[in-house]
Design a protein around this ligand. Structure first.
Ligand SMILES: [Zn+2]
Length: 80
């Protein structure tokens, strides 16, 4: 049996990212943004126009990440 064919155990999450959605004021599309902690312009991937976003509070992100141990504590218990 080669290394390539060896059965591999299911791998648990080893990190996480929190995605936020902003509604484009031009076309109404929800645009996904991973953890936007700085104010900036966002380009809508549907209509291509730009709009400014209100950033998210970093404390809230730290809280969720700490609660889930950076994703490690989020694995479905039935699979562990
Ligand atoms: Zn748009």
């Amino acid at each position: 049996m080669t290394e390539r064919n060896r059965r591999v155990s299911p791998v648990p999450p080893d990190g996480m990212e929190i995605i936020f959605f902003y509604r484009c004021p031009h076309c109404g599309k929800h645009v996904p943004v991973p953890s936007p902690t700085e104010p900036r312009m966002l380009n809508c991937d549907s209509c291509g126009r730009a709009f400014p976003i209100i950033p998210v509070d970093e404390h809230g992100l730290h809280y969720v990440r700490a609660m889930l141990a950076g994703g490690k504590a989020a694995a479905a218990p039935d699979f562990l």
